[in-house]
Design a protein around this ligand. Structure first.
Ligand SMILES: [Zn+2]
Length: 90
């Protein structure tokens, strides 16, 4: 029970996004993830956009995301995240 109670930061959230959308993120992290989102509008926007993107994709396809799509998605997220998160706390 040490070191896991730190509040999640935007950077941590971004790092977990891939696992989160894959549904493979640790449930306890998922809780942190959602708690952070509850207080961070910028991350809400990013995740909301991500969900929309995935829903659009899933409607026409299998659930699994191909590597190329994931790579592109992550790139897009990084850009979006930079736009919504002014570089004040790294
Ligand atoms: Zn955030």
């Amino acid at each position: 029970m040490v070191g896991k109670v730190n509040a999640m930061k935007c950077k941590d959230l971004l790092a977990l996004l891939g696992d989160y959308v894959d549904g493979t993120v640790d449930p306890s992290l998922c809780e942190e993830f959602e708690r952070h989102m509850g207080g961070c509008t910028a991350c809400q926007v990013v995740v909301d956009n991500l969900r929309k993107t995935i829903r659009v994709y899933c409607e026409g396809r299998e659930r699994a995301l191909p590597d190329a799509f994931q790579t592109r998605l992550h790139e897009e997220l990084r850009i979006r995240w930079k736009e919504t998160h002014p570089a004040k706390n790294g």
